[in-house]
Design a protein around this ligand. Structure first.
Ligand code: GLN
Length: 481
Protein backbone atom coordinates (compact mmCIF):
# COMPACT_ATOMS: atom_id res chain seq x y z
CA UNK A 1 0.00 0.00 0.00
CA UNK A 2 2.99 2.38 0.32
CA UNK A 3 3.02 3.07 -3.42
CA UNK A 4 -0.59 4.26 -3.54
CA UNK A 5 -1.35 7.84 -4.47
CA UNK A 6 -3.21 9.90 -1.87
CA UNK A 7 -6.39 9.58 -3.91
CA UNK A 8 -6.02 5.75 -4.00
CA UNK A 9 -5.11 5.52 -0.31
CA UNK A 10 -8.16 7.62 0.60
CA UNK A 11 -10.37 5.18 -1.28
CA UNK A 12 -8.69 2.22 0.48
CA UNK A 13 -9.24 3.79 3.91
CA UNK A 14 -12.86 4.64 3.16
CA UNK A 15 -13.61 1.12 1.88
CA UNK A 16 -11.89 -0.34 4.97
CA UNK A 17 -9.32 -2.25 2.89
CA UNK A 18 -6.77 -1.15 5.49
CA UNK A 19 -6.72 1.10 8.55
CA UNK A 20 -4.81 4.35 9.08
CA UNK A 21 -2.67 2.47 11.62
CA UNK A 22 -1.78 -0.24 9.07
CA UNK A 23 -0.93 2.36 6.46
CA UNK A 24 1.22 4.31 8.92
CA UNK A 25 3.00 1.15 10.07
CA UNK A 26 3.72 0.20 6.45
CA UNK A 27 5.48 3.54 5.91
CA UNK A 28 7.39 3.25 9.20
CA UNK A 29 8.59 -0.21 8.12
CA UNK A 30 9.63 1.16 4.74
CA UNK A 31 11.58 3.99 6.40
CA UNK A 32 13.31 1.49 8.71
CA UNK A 33 14.22 -0.73 5.75
CA UNK A 34 15.51 1.96 3.39
CA UNK A 35 16.66 5.06 5.21
CA UNK A 36 20.17 3.78 5.91
CA UNK A 37 20.69 3.95 2.16
CA UNK A 38 19.05 7.34 1.57
CA UNK A 39 19.28 9.50 4.71
CA UNK A 40 15.98 11.26 3.95
CA UNK A 41 14.76 11.42 7.54
CA UNK A 42 16.35 13.47 10.33
CA UNK A 43 13.71 12.49 12.89
CA UNK A 44 11.16 9.67 12.66
CA UNK A 45 8.13 10.42 14.84
CA UNK A 46 6.81 6.85 15.07
CA UNK A 47 5.01 7.37 18.41
CA UNK A 48 3.32 10.58 17.29
CA UNK A 49 2.30 8.98 13.98
CA UNK A 50 0.82 5.83 15.54
CA UNK A 51 -1.03 7.88 18.14
CA UNK A 52 -2.51 10.16 15.46
CA UNK A 53 -3.46 7.10 13.36
CA UNK A 54 -5.11 5.37 16.32
CA UNK A 55 -7.32 8.40 17.01
CA UNK A 56 -8.35 8.55 13.37
CA UNK A 57 -9.20 4.83 13.27
CA UNK A 58 -11.21 5.12 16.49
CA UNK A 59 -13.23 7.99 15.02
CA UNK A 60 -13.74 6.06 11.78
CA UNK A 61 -14.58 9.16 9.76
CA UNK A 62 -12.45 9.35 6.60
CA UNK A 63 -14.21 12.26 4.94
CA UNK A 64 -11.46 14.91 5.42
CA UNK A 65 -9.21 15.95 2.53
CA UNK A 66 -6.21 14.06 3.94
CA UNK A 67 -7.69 11.91 6.71
CA UNK A 68 -5.33 9.07 7.58
CA UNK A 69 -2.68 10.05 5.00
CA UNK A 70 0.91 9.83 6.36
CA UNK A 71 3.40 12.52 5.36
CA UNK A 72 6.62 14.21 6.46
CA UNK A 73 7.73 17.81 6.80
CA UNK A 74 11.03 19.33 5.71
CA UNK A 75 12.95 20.04 8.90
CA UNK A 76 12.39 23.80 8.75
CA UNK A 77 8.66 23.49 9.50
CA UNK A 78 8.19 23.99 13.24
CA UNK A 79 6.45 21.21 15.15
CA UNK A 80 5.64 21.80 18.84
CA UNK A 81 7.56 19.40 21.07
CA UNK A 82 9.36 17.79 18.10
CA UNK A 83 12.94 18.70 17.21
CA UNK A 84 13.23 21.11 14.26
CA UNK A 85 16.85 21.56 13.25
CA UNK A 86 16.96 23.36 9.87
CA UNK A 87 19.75 20.76 9.45
CA UNK A 88 22.13 23.14 11.18
CA UNK A 89 24.42 22.50 14.11
CA UNK A 90 23.19 25.79 15.57
CA UNK A 91 19.66 24.32 15.94
CA UNK A 92 20.73 20.70 16.49
CA UNK A 93 18.62 20.37 19.64
CA UNK A 94 15.98 23.03 19.03
CA UNK A 95 12.45 22.01 20.08
CA UNK A 96 9.89 24.63 19.02
CA UNK A 97 7.14 25.61 21.45
CA UNK A 98 4.53 26.00 18.68
CA UNK A 99 3.41 24.56 15.34
CA UNK A 100 3.88 26.15 11.96
CA UNK A 101 0.46 27.15 10.70
CA UNK A 102 0.81 24.74 7.80
CA UNK A 103 1.29 21.80 10.18
CA UNK A 104 -1.91 22.77 11.99
CA UNK A 105 -3.74 22.93 8.68
CA UNK A 106 -2.45 19.47 7.74
CA UNK A 107 -3.54 18.08 11.11
CA UNK A 108 -6.96 19.66 10.67
CA UNK A 109 -7.20 17.93 7.29
CA UNK A 110 -6.48 14.60 9.05
CA UNK A 111 -2.88 13.99 7.94
CA UNK A 112 -0.39 11.94 9.98
CA UNK A 113 3.24 13.04 10.73
CA UNK A 114 5.87 10.36 10.01
CA UNK A 115 8.82 12.62 10.70
CA UNK A 116 11.06 15.49 9.65
CA UNK A 117 13.20 15.33 6.53
CA UNK A 118 16.61 16.43 5.35
CA UNK A 119 17.54 19.74 3.73
CA UNK A 120 20.55 21.87 3.01
CA UNK A 121 21.31 23.93 6.12
CA UNK A 122 18.60 26.63 6.42
CA UNK A 123 17.53 25.50 2.90
CA UNK A 124 20.61 27.10 1.33
CA UNK A 125 21.75 24.84 -1.49
CA UNK A 126 20.80 22.74 -4.49
CA UNK A 127 22.05 19.27 -3.53
CA UNK A 128 21.37 18.63 0.19
CA UNK A 129 25.14 18.34 0.61
CA UNK A 130 25.05 21.36 2.94
CA UNK A 131 23.06 19.50 5.62
CA UNK A 132 24.79 19.18 8.99
CA UNK A 133 23.35 15.64 9.10
CA UNK A 134 24.90 14.46 5.84
CA UNK A 135 23.70 14.27 2.26
CA UNK A 136 20.44 12.65 1.11
CA UNK A 137 21.11 10.17 -1.68
CA UNK A 138 19.15 9.85 -4.90
CA UNK A 139 16.91 6.73 -4.76
CA UNK A 140 17.54 6.08 -8.49
CA UNK A 141 21.30 5.84 -7.94
CA UNK A 142 22.75 6.41 -4.50
CA UNK A 143 26.04 7.77 -5.90
CA UNK A 144 24.07 10.83 -7.01
CA UNK A 145 22.51 13.75 -5.13
CA UNK A 146 18.75 13.89 -4.57
CA UNK A 147 18.88 17.61 -5.30
CA UNK A 148 18.16 20.38 -2.90
CA UNK A 149 17.39 21.92 -0.75
CA UNK A 150 14.33 19.66 -0.27
CA UNK A 151 16.40 16.51 -0.93
CA UNK A 152 14.86 14.62 2.01
CA UNK A 153 11.27 15.37 0.97
CA UNK A 154 11.93 14.45 -2.68
CA UNK A 155 13.81 11.21 -1.97
CA UNK A 156 11.23 10.14 0.61
CA UNK A 157 8.36 10.58 -1.86
CA UNK A 158 10.23 8.81 -4.69
CA UNK A 159 11.18 5.92 -2.38
CA UNK A 160 7.64 5.48 -0.97
CA UNK A 161 8.73 6.47 2.54
CA UNK A 162 5.58 8.64 2.82
CA UNK A 163 2.42 9.44 0.85
CA UNK A 164 3.55 13.04 0.34
CA UNK A 165 5.93 15.60 1.80
CA UNK A 166 6.05 19.32 2.45
CA UNK A 167 9.06 21.28 1.21
CA UNK A 168 10.02 24.91 0.74
CA UNK A 169 11.02 26.70 -2.46
CA UNK A 170 12.97 29.96 -2.32
CA UNK A 171 14.72 29.61 -5.67
CA UNK A 172 13.86 26.09 -6.81
CA UNK A 173 14.16 23.91 -3.73
CA UNK A 174 10.93 21.99 -4.32
CA UNK A 175 11.00 21.76 -8.14
CA UNK A 176 14.69 20.91 -8.60
CA UNK A 177 14.84 17.90 -6.21
CA UNK A 178 11.41 16.79 -7.50
CA UNK A 179 12.94 16.75 -10.99
CA UNK A 180 16.09 14.93 -9.84
CA UNK A 181 14.07 12.24 -8.00
CA UNK A 182 11.12 11.90 -10.45
CA UNK A 183 8.30 13.22 -8.29
CA UNK A 184 5.80 16.05 -8.67
CA UNK A 185 6.90 19.27 -6.90
CA UNK A 186 4.74 22.38 -6.60
CA UNK A 187 6.08 25.87 -5.93
CA UNK A 188 3.03 27.98 -5.11
CA UNK A 189 2.52 31.68 -5.77
CA UNK A 190 4.23 33.77 -3.09
CA UNK A 191 1.62 34.25 -0.34
CA UNK A 192 -0.65 31.35 -1.34
CA UNK A 193 0.40 29.26 1.71
CA UNK A 194 1.15 30.85 5.11
CA UNK A 195 4.79 30.83 6.20
CA UNK A 196 4.13 31.33 9.93
CA UNK A 197 6.36 28.94 11.88
CA UNK A 198 8.56 28.02 8.97
CA UNK A 199 12.23 28.84 9.60
CA UNK A 200 13.07 31.50 6.98
CA UNK A 201 15.84 31.80 4.41
CA UNK A 202 14.77 34.84 2.33
CA UNK A 203 11.39 36.02 3.54
CA UNK A 204 10.19 37.75 0.35
CA UNK A 205 10.97 34.60 -1.68
CA UNK A 206 10.15 31.65 0.59
CA UNK A 207 7.16 29.51 -0.33
CA UNK A 208 5.86 26.23 1.11
CA UNK A 209 4.35 23.46 -0.98
CA UNK A 210 3.90 19.74 -1.58
CA UNK A 211 6.06 17.06 -3.19
CA UNK A 212 3.78 14.24 -4.27
CA UNK A 213 3.47 11.14 -6.42
CA UNK A 214 0.86 12.59 -8.79
CA UNK A 215 -0.42 15.99 -9.88
CA UNK A 216 -3.84 15.16 -8.43
CA UNK A 217 -2.18 14.54 -5.05
CA UNK A 218 -0.39 17.90 -5.18
CA UNK A 219 -3.76 19.54 -5.85
CA UNK A 220 -5.32 17.75 -2.86
CA UNK A 221 -2.55 18.86 -0.51
CA UNK A 222 -2.70 22.44 -1.75
CA UNK A 223 -6.46 22.41 -1.12
CA UNK A 224 -5.73 21.64 2.53
CA UNK A 225 -3.00 24.24 3.10
CA UNK A 226 -3.78 27.25 0.86
CA UNK A 227 -5.45 30.48 1.84
CA UNK A 228 -5.28 33.61 3.90
CA UNK A 229 -3.97 33.29 7.44
CA UNK A 230 -4.28 35.71 10.33
CA UNK A 231 -0.76 34.67 11.28
CA UNK A 232 0.91 35.72 8.02
CA UNK A 233 0.25 39.21 6.66
CA UNK A 234 1.74 38.24 3.29
CA UNK A 235 -1.18 35.88 2.52
CA UNK A 236 -3.72 37.95 0.55
CA UNK A 237 -7.45 37.34 0.59
CA UNK A 238 -7.53 35.62 -2.81
CA UNK A 239 -10.21 32.89 -2.92
CA UNK A 240 -8.95 29.28 -3.00
CA UNK A 241 -10.59 27.55 -5.97
CA UNK A 242 -11.65 23.90 -6.06
CA UNK A 243 -8.40 22.61 -7.52
CA UNK A 244 -9.89 19.24 -8.52
CA UNK A 245 -12.01 21.06 -11.11
CA UNK A 246 -8.81 21.74 -13.10
CA UNK A 247 -7.84 18.08 -13.48
CA UNK A 248 -8.86 17.55 -17.10
CA UNK A 249 -7.42 14.98 -19.49
CA UNK A 250 -7.10 17.07 -22.64
CA UNK A 251 -5.54 20.44 -23.39
CA UNK A 252 -8.06 21.77 -25.91
CA UNK A 253 -8.17 25.57 -25.89
CA UNK A 254 -4.94 25.83 -23.89
CA UNK A 255 -2.08 28.01 -25.18
CA UNK A 256 1.40 27.19 -23.93
CA UNK A 257 4.50 29.35 -24.33
CA UNK A 258 8.04 28.09 -24.92
CA UNK A 259 10.56 30.71 -23.77
CA UNK A 260 13.62 30.43 -25.97
CA UNK A 261 16.00 31.59 -23.20
CA UNK A 262 15.22 28.39 -21.26
CA UNK A 263 16.67 26.22 -24.02
CA UNK A 264 20.01 28.01 -24.46
CA UNK A 265 23.31 26.24 -24.60
CA UNK A 266 24.20 24.98 -21.14
CA UNK A 267 21.11 22.79 -21.12
CA UNK A 268 21.97 19.09 -21.20
CA UNK A 269 20.80 17.75 -24.61
CA UNK A 270 19.12 14.78 -22.92
CA UNK A 271 17.08 17.24 -20.85
CA UNK A 272 15.96 19.40 -23.79
CA UNK A 273 15.17 16.29 -25.84
CA UNK A 274 12.82 15.07 -23.09
CA UNK A 275 11.02 18.45 -22.97
CA UNK A 276 10.61 18.56 -26.76
CA UNK A 277 9.07 15.08 -26.65
CA UNK A 278 6.71 16.27 -23.89
CA UNK A 279 5.69 19.21 -26.08
CA UNK A 280 4.70 16.75 -28.83
CA UNK A 281 2.54 14.84 -26.33
CA UNK A 282 0.83 18.08 -25.27
CA UNK A 283 0.20 19.05 -28.90
CA UNK A 284 -1.59 15.73 -29.41
CA UNK A 285 -3.72 16.54 -26.35
CA UNK A 286 -4.91 19.69 -28.11
CA UNK A 287 -2.58 22.43 -26.80
CA UNK A 288 -1.46 25.29 -29.04
CA UNK A 289 2.21 26.26 -28.69
CA UNK A 290 3.72 29.70 -29.22
CA UNK A 291 7.31 30.92 -28.98
CA UNK A 292 7.85 33.58 -26.34
CA UNK A 293 10.86 35.46 -25.04
CA UNK A 294 11.96 36.39 -21.50
CA UNK A 295 15.18 38.32 -22.22
CA UNK A 296 15.85 39.18 -18.55
CA UNK A 297 16.37 35.49 -17.72
CA UNK A 298 20.12 36.02 -18.07
CA UNK A 299 20.09 38.33 -15.03
CA UNK A 300 18.15 35.89 -12.84
CA UNK A 301 21.10 34.26 -11.07
CA UNK A 302 22.99 37.45 -10.10
CA UNK A 303 19.78 39.29 -9.09
CA UNK A 304 18.46 36.28 -7.17
CA UNK A 305 21.65 35.61 -5.23
CA UNK A 306 22.16 39.26 -4.26
CA UNK A 307 18.60 39.51 -2.95
CA UNK A 308 18.33 36.15 -1.15
CA UNK A 309 21.77 36.39 0.39
CA UNK A 310 20.88 39.90 1.65
CA UNK A 311 17.61 38.75 3.18
CA UNK A 312 19.27 35.55 4.37
CA UNK A 313 22.06 37.43 6.14
CA UNK A 314 19.53 39.42 8.17
CA UNK A 315 17.48 36.29 8.95
CA UNK A 316 20.61 34.59 10.30
CA UNK A 317 21.26 37.48 12.73
CA UNK A 318 18.89 36.01 15.34
CA UNK A 319 21.16 32.99 15.90
CA UNK A 320 23.47 34.61 18.40
CA UNK A 321 24.26 31.65 20.66
CA UNK A 322 21.97 33.04 23.36
CA UNK A 323 18.37 33.17 22.15
CA UNK A 324 18.48 29.95 20.12
CA UNK A 325 20.47 26.80 19.87
CA UNK A 326 24.19 26.11 20.13
CA UNK A 327 26.26 28.13 22.59
CA UNK A 328 30.04 27.89 22.55
CA UNK A 329 31.77 26.40 25.61
CA UNK A 330 34.74 28.56 25.04
CA UNK A 331 33.97 32.26 25.58
CA UNK A 332 34.71 34.75 28.32
CA UNK A 333 32.77 37.78 27.13
CA UNK A 334 29.63 38.64 25.17
CA UNK A 335 31.15 39.39 21.80
CA UNK A 336 33.14 36.19 21.96
CA UNK A 337 29.93 34.22 22.63
CA UNK A 338 28.39 35.61 19.45
CA UNK A 339 31.47 35.04 17.33
CA UNK A 340 32.37 31.58 18.51
CA UNK A 341 28.80 30.26 18.68
CA UNK A 342 28.15 31.40 15.11
CA UNK A 343 31.54 30.21 13.81
CA UNK A 344 30.99 26.78 15.35
CA UNK A 345 27.27 26.54 14.59
CA UNK A 346 27.04 27.57 10.94
CA UNK A 347 28.29 25.63 7.92
CA UNK A 348 30.12 27.08 4.90
CA UNK A 349 27.13 28.02 2.73
CA UNK A 350 25.42 29.88 5.58
CA UNK A 351 28.66 31.76 6.24
CA UNK A 352 28.83 32.60 2.53
CA UNK A 353 25.25 33.95 2.77
CA UNK A 354 26.16 36.15 5.72
CA UNK A 355 29.25 37.51 3.98
CA UNK A 356 27.67 38.15 0.56
CA UNK A 357 24.50 39.58 2.10
CA UNK A 358 26.26 41.86 4.56
CA UNK A 359 28.50 43.15 1.79
CA UNK A 360 25.60 43.82 -0.60
CA UNK A 361 23.64 45.67 2.09
CA UNK A 362 26.44 47.80 3.49
CA UNK A 363 26.56 51.57 2.96
CA UNK A 364 28.12 52.39 -0.40
CA UNK A 365 27.25 49.01 -1.91
CA UNK A 366 23.51 48.99 -1.24
CA UNK A 367 22.64 51.14 -4.27
CA UNK A 368 25.06 49.34 -6.56
CA UNK A 369 23.96 45.81 -5.66
CA UNK A 370 20.80 45.39 -3.59
CA UNK A 371 18.80 48.22 -5.13
CA UNK A 372 19.88 47.30 -8.67
CA UNK A 373 18.85 43.68 -8.12
CA UNK A 374 15.50 44.80 -6.66
CA UNK A 375 14.87 46.81 -9.84
CA UNK A 376 15.72 43.82 -12.03
CA UNK A 377 13.25 41.80 -9.97
CA UNK A 378 10.44 44.32 -10.63
CA UNK A 379 11.22 44.26 -14.36
CA UNK A 380 11.21 40.45 -14.43
CA UNK A 381 7.77 40.39 -12.83
CA UNK A 382 6.51 42.75 -15.54
CA UNK A 383 8.12 40.60 -18.24
CA UNK A 384 6.30 37.49 -16.97
CA UNK A 385 2.99 39.37 -16.73
CA UNK A 386 3.31 40.46 -20.37
CA UNK A 387 4.02 36.89 -21.49
CA UNK A 388 1.00 35.57 -19.56
CA UNK A 389 -1.21 37.95 -21.59
CA UNK A 390 -0.44 35.63 -24.51
CA UNK A 391 -0.47 32.14 -22.97
CA UNK A 392 -1.88 30.12 -20.07
CA UNK A 393 1.43 28.63 -18.94
CA UNK A 394 5.06 28.15 -19.96
CA UNK A 395 6.78 24.82 -20.67
CA UNK A 396 10.51 24.56 -19.83
CA UNK A 397 12.98 22.12 -18.30
CA UNK A 398 13.15 22.25 -14.47
CA UNK A 399 16.89 21.67 -14.13
CA UNK A 400 19.40 22.43 -16.89
CA UNK A 401 21.41 19.38 -15.88
CA UNK A 402 20.86 15.75 -14.92
CA UNK A 403 21.38 14.66 -11.30
CA UNK A 404 25.08 15.01 -10.51
CA UNK A 405 27.41 12.86 -8.44
CA UNK A 406 27.77 13.50 -4.72
CA UNK A 407 30.82 15.76 -4.28
CA UNK A 408 30.99 16.73 -7.97
CA UNK A 409 30.06 20.38 -7.42
CA UNK A 410 30.68 20.68 -3.70
CA UNK A 411 33.82 22.79 -4.13
CA UNK A 412 32.38 25.08 -6.78
CA UNK A 413 29.59 27.23 -5.32
CA UNK A 414 29.13 29.16 -8.58
CA UNK A 415 28.53 25.99 -10.60
CA UNK A 416 26.02 24.97 -7.93
CA UNK A 417 24.27 28.37 -8.17
CA UNK A 418 23.97 27.96 -11.96
CA UNK A 419 21.88 24.82 -11.39
CA UNK A 420 19.05 27.19 -10.34
CA UNK A 421 19.01 29.18 -13.58
CA UNK A 422 15.59 27.87 -14.72
CA UNK A 423 13.81 27.95 -11.36
CA UNK A 424 14.86 31.27 -9.76
CA UNK A 425 12.99 33.54 -12.23
CA UNK A 426 9.63 32.17 -10.98
CA UNK A 427 10.53 33.13 -7.41
CA UNK A 428 11.89 36.55 -8.40
CA UNK A 429 8.58 37.28 -10.14
CA UNK A 430 6.39 35.66 -7.43
CA UNK A 431 4.74 33.33 -9.99
CA UNK A 432 3.90 29.64 -9.48
CA UNK A 433 5.57 26.60 -11.04
CA UNK A 434 5.53 22.83 -10.91
CA UNK A 435 7.93 20.05 -11.88
CA UNK A 436 6.46 16.85 -13.34
CA UNK A 437 8.38 13.67 -14.30
CA UNK A 438 9.06 13.70 -18.06
CA UNK A 439 11.61 10.97 -18.70
CA UNK A 440 14.95 9.36 -17.87
CA UNK A 441 18.47 9.78 -19.20
CA UNK A 442 20.33 6.93 -20.95
CA UNK A 443 21.87 5.99 -17.63
CA UNK A 444 18.53 5.88 -15.85
CA UNK A 445 18.48 9.26 -14.07
CA UNK A 446 15.22 11.26 -13.86
CA UNK A 447 14.33 14.33 -15.94
CA UNK A 448 11.62 16.84 -14.98
CA UNK A 449 9.44 19.20 -16.95
CA UNK A 450 8.63 22.62 -15.50
CA UNK A 451 5.26 24.29 -15.98
CA UNK A 452 5.12 27.98 -14.94
CA UNK A 453 1.94 30.05 -14.57
CA UNK A 454 0.92 33.51 -13.38
CA UNK A 455 0.18 34.56 -9.82
CA UNK A 456 -2.54 32.43 -8.18
CA UNK A 457 -2.92 30.35 -11.37
CA UNK A 458 -2.01 27.03 -9.72
CA UNK A 459 -5.12 25.62 -11.43
CA UNK A 460 -3.41 26.04 -14.83
CA UNK A 461 -0.41 24.04 -13.57
CA UNK A 462 -2.70 21.22 -12.42
CA UNK A 463 -4.61 21.20 -15.72
CA UNK A 464 -1.48 20.95 -17.89
CA UNK A 465 0.40 18.65 -15.51
CA UNK A 466 -2.49 16.25 -14.99
CA UNK A 467 -3.28 15.93 -18.70
CA UNK A 468 0.41 15.25 -19.46
CA UNK A 469 0.69 12.74 -16.62
CA UNK A 470 -2.41 10.84 -17.78
CA UNK A 471 -0.91 10.57 -21.28
CA UNK A 472 2.49 9.27 -20.08
CA UNK A 473 3.89 6.56 -17.82
CA UNK A 474 6.93 8.32 -16.31
CA UNK A 475 5.35 8.91 -12.90
CA UNK A 476 4.62 5.17 -12.53
CA UNK A 477 8.28 4.12 -12.64
CA UNK A 478 9.81 3.26 -9.26
CA UNK A 479 13.44 3.12 -8.16
CA UNK A 480 14.64 -0.27 -6.92
CA UNK A 481 16.18 0.02 -3.49
N1 GLN B 1 19.79 26.86 -4.37
C1 GLN B 1 19.06 28.05 -4.09
C2 GLN B 1 19.72 28.83 -2.97
O1 GLN B 1 20.57 28.31 -2.29
C3 GLN B 1 17.62 27.75 -3.80
C4 GLN B 1 17.36 27.30 -2.43
C5 GLN B 1 15.91 27.23 -2.08
O2 GLN B 1 15.02 27.30 -2.92
N2 GLN B 1 15.68 27.10 -0.77
O3 GLN B 1 19.40 29.96 -2.77
Amino acid sequence: MIDLSIAQAKAGLKDKKFSATELTQAYLDRIAATDDKLNSYITVTADVALEQAKKIDEKGDFSGILTGIPMNLKDVVCTAGIKTTACSKILENFVPPYNAHIYDRLLDAGSILLGKTNTDEFTMGSSSENSYFGVTKNPWNTDYVAGGSSGGPAASVAADQCAFSIGTDTGGSIRQPASLCSTVGLKVTYGRVPRFGCIPYASSFDTIGPLAKTVEDAALVLQAIAGKSEKDATTPDVPVPDYSSFLKEDLKGVTLGVPKEYFDEGIDPEVSHSIFEAIEVMKKLGATFIDVSLPLTKYAIPAYYILVKSEGSTNMARYDGIKYGHTTDDAKELEEIYMKSRSEGFGDEVKRTIMIGTYALSAGYYDAFYLKAAKVRALMKKEFEDVFEKCDALITPTSPILPFKIGEKADDPLAMYMADILTTPTNLAGMCGMSVPSGFSKNGLPIGLQIIAGQFKEGNLFHVGHAFEKATEWHKKKPSL
